[in-house]
Design a protein around this ligand. Structure first.
Ligand code: COA
Ligand code: MG
Length: 294
């Protein structure tokens, strides 16, 4: 609704060890960038990746794109140094893998304060362990605690498949209960949620189907692994022109003085309630934010 609304339709991962990708990211039409220090980087390249990410983020040039650094877990040999370096670099958010419960997040939030992180720095949580699926509601509720600064869930479907032994199949039948539980947990906590990656990046049809499924589930966007996934992802997660026009229309109707005291009205032969107008405002906000980028 406000000018600061940030669509999170797409979030492209890139290995911090890949200097070319970090450079290319400055030119890609993507909403969020996830500069990775974790799974995409082998142990021998961790320090190089950390240096490259700090340099790239400090140098900037990422424009409107939200810049997110995914650190290694605090239980790993690199986590603490990653966290300190990420705070120093000053991205928009830090993404933490393998969150199991609220104390995991609270510990990280505390460390962020100790390192003197800016109040604007947000925390994103990977939802990718069996424990997290069982504790999703409590983890999502951290979204209500300003001290924790949690603003987004990222579904880690590859890790979830590994840890649970559930299969990632077309249609994701086995994953669906967890994905929907996390959507509910995110909404209850007032935060965003991004769908997991689609590994077969050459399979355009399969990718489009999974994007459509993410939209249907209520995901705000999808995490991506390759630039060629950005266009189709935006096509799926951007509100259509018709949807935006309709949203503007019904909001304009409710704004009329004669409708000020009405909860339901008729527009083009359809019953419309204030909740529809409210739902439409999100589509308008996304469309306005995209248009403002020019
Ligand atoms: N971010 C930014 N740029 C990327 C990119 C990414 N994730 N993946 C590919 N590119 C760039 C390449 O650098 C190349 O650019 P150039 O031709 O201008 O030099 C171009 O896109 C085409 O790349 P392509 O040859 O098709 O792919 P690749 O074989 O170089 O890389 C992967 C394939 C899967 C290794 C790569 O896409 C990748 O690393 N993805 C992200 C993996 C990741 O971060 N995983 C962790 C979370 S699941
Ligand atoms: Mg992982």
């Amino acid at each position: 609704m406000t000018a600061v609304f940030k669509p999170r339709r797409s979030a492209l991962y890139m290995p911090g060890s890949n200097a070319r990708a970090l450079e290319k990211a400055r030119t890609l039409d993507v909403d969020c960038l996830i500069l990775d220090l974790e799974d995409a980087v082998v142990p021998d390249a961790k320090e190089l990746a950390r240096r490259q990410i700090v340099d790239a983020v400090t140098e900037g040039g990422y424009g409107e794109r939200e810049v997110v650094i995914r650190i290694n877990g605090l239980g790993s040999p690199w986590g603490e140094d990653d966290l300190a370096a990420a705070v120093r670099a000053g991205p928009d958010a830090i993404l933490v893998p393998k969150i199991n419960n609220p104390p995991d997040l609270q510990r990280i939030a505390h460390k962020l304060s100790v390192h003197g992180a800016s109040r604007d720095l947000e925390l994103w949580a990977m939802m990718e362990t069996p424990e997290a699926m069982l504790n999703a509601g409590a983890i999502g509720a951290c979204g209500k605690d300003p001290e924790v600064r949690l603003s987004c869930f990222v579904m880690g479907t590859n890790d979830l498949a590994k840890e649970t032994r559930a299969r990632l199949t077309p249609g994701r039948a086995a994953m669906t209960p967890w994905l929907m539980t996390c959507v509910a947990a995110a909404r209850a906590g007032g935060i965003d949620i991004l769908d997991g990656v689609f590994n077969a990046f050459q399979d355009e049809e399969g990718f489009a189907a999974e994007c459509a499924q993410g939209v249907e589930m209520g995901m705000d966007g999808k995490t991506l692994i390759h630039p060629k996934q950005i266009g189709p992802c935006h096509a799926a997660f951007s509100p259509s022109d018709e949807e935006v026009a309709w949203a503007r229309r019904i909001n304009a109707e409710f704004d009329k003085p004669e409708n000020a005291d009405k909860g339901a009205i008729q527009v083009d032969g359809k019953m419309v309630e204030r909740l529809h107008a409210e739902m439409g405002r999100r589509a308008i906000a996304i469309a306005d934010a995209i248009a403002a980028r020019g």
